[in-house]
Design a protein around this ligand. Structure first.
Ligand code: ZN
Length: 426
């Protein structure tokens, strides 16, 4: 399944044109080119002799989204018959089409979001192919052809979503792929259950790289504190061989918010804990807070903090304008509602473990629209360990002993939560 014959030519159109081109042909091509340019259709590289009428023409390509969801739209002059399949190593989505002239500007088919590479071209006589290489396991949540009523053209739309290694493997396994047929690919709907009994904890040290996060009055940087606590928590959790830890970052590197969520989902994390130590304008405020996702912020402080955290991607120069979804969209999701109960339970466990040992702010469980808490099926919390805007908190947060002790309390909280939801205790 992993060995695939030539997957087309990168950023190329049909290569099956004549090898020797007479001056007359060139003149004709130039004429054709001029005519087509004046009518606004870009298929200037069309040199093939095959009958142009029955050949499919893709004249526009659009792609939008992030590391969690990516939408691909291709516009065709006539209705495209297509099939698609998933391939592993690397993760790919392969779309087979009848012979197609790819007439859209090359630069519009630039990989982004979930995709790292896009190739397209002739595959065999009468057949063309597009290969989308993904940054991780993906699934197609929607793949369909729709008629554009205004002008009678058609669009092929793919909605790709990040998924777990496990579900991806299962989807690949369920495919009945005969590479020579153009049958619609099977689209299995059932999500496989997790087979092993281990418990996967995704630890998300906030910020990193160009995004330093908050800065303390004595120079402590949030990104260093979150990584130190994250690594201490990983070490402490891994004493239990039953627990598998996924770190969304283990070095001083920038990782976008959606990529953090994607990494947790890829490993089918049972829970996600994002670690932060921010600052707010009120210098007197100190202590830890545990946040869960909510469309409506529980209070003004939670709202401000979420806005601050959600700026991470902007700080690194990423544009959010193509984001296909909002926190509100996610909250409509039924899975999300189910997950919310578990997220609240996890928040309660963290507060319970901290109580009496780590200073908590008033009403320590709060909620707001944090983008990093949006994995629909992974119970998620964001822990603000303290405030770098407070001099006492900065001192504690910078102390390796305090960090280790706090990591131990988080281990206790995770153990209590795990026991509650799975019945397994350690
Ligand atoms: Zn932060």
């Amino acid at each position: 399944m992993n060995t695939l014959a030539p997957t087309g030519t990168k950023h190329s159109t049909d290569l099956s044109g004549p090898t020797s081109v007479s001056l007359r042909t060139i003149a004709m091509v130039v004429m054709l080119f001029t005519v087509l340019l004046s009518t606004g259709i870009s298929c200037a590289e069309d040199k093939s002799d095959s009958s142009a009428e029955d050949r499919l023409v893709a004249f526009e390509f659009r792609i939008a989204g992030d590391e969690l969801r990516t939408r691909i739209v291709m516009e065709f002059e006539s209705k495209p018959d297509f099939s698609y399949h998933l391939l592993a190593t690397p993760h790919r989505l392969v779309v087979d089409l009848p012979e197609t002239h790819f007439g859209f500007p090359e630069k519009t088919a630039k990989a982004r979001g979930l995709l790292s590479d896009i190739r397209y071209g002739a595959m065999a006589p009468g057949r063309s192919r597009i290969v989308f290489t993904a940054i991780g396991p993906v699934k197609s949540e929607m793949a369909e052809v729709k008629k554009n009523d205004a002008d009678g053209t058609y669009r092929l739309v793919f909605d790709l979503a990040a998924t777990s290694d496990q579900e991806f493997a299962s989807l690949v396994g369920q495919q009945r792929w005969d590479p020579s047929s153009s049958d619609e690919a099977t689209k299995p709907q059932n999500k496989p259950a997790k087979s092993d009994k281990s418990f996967t904890v995704a630890i998300d040290p906030g910020h990193g790289g160009i995004d330093t996060g908050a800065k303390g009055r004595n120079g402590a940087q949030e990104k260093d504190i979150t990584l130190a606590v994250g690594l201490a928590l990983k070490t402490a959790l891994e004493r239990d061989t039953d627990i598998h830890v996924v770190l969304t970052r283990d070095a001083d590197a920038f990782v976008s918010l959606s990529e953090r969520v994607r990494r947790a989902r890829q490993h089918s994390a049972d829970m996600f804990v994002s670690i932060h130590a921010d600052s707010i304008r009120v210098k007197g405020v100190r202590g830890a807070t545990v946040y869960t996702l909510s469309e409506k912020a529980s209070d003004q402080m939670a709202h401000q903090l979420a806005a601050q955290e959600n700026r991470s991607d902007l700080i690194a120069g990423l544009s959010l304008e193509d984001e296909p979804d909002t926190v509100a969209d996610i909250l409509i999701d039924l899975t999300r509602r189910e997950t919310q109960v578990f997220s609240d339970s996890l928040a309660g466990a963290v507060i319970g473990a901290f109580d009496g040992s780590v200073k908590l702010i008033n009403n320590p469980h709060r909620s707001a629209g944090f983008r990093v808490l949006r994995a629909p099926e992974v119970p998620s919390v964001l822990v603000e360990l303290g405030y770098l805007s407070n001099i006492e908190d900065e001192k504690l947060l910078s102390d390796p002993k305090w960090r280790e002790r706090t990591a131990e309390l988080l281990v206790t909280a995770i153990g209590a939560y795990r026991k509650k939801v799975t019945g397994v205790s350690n």
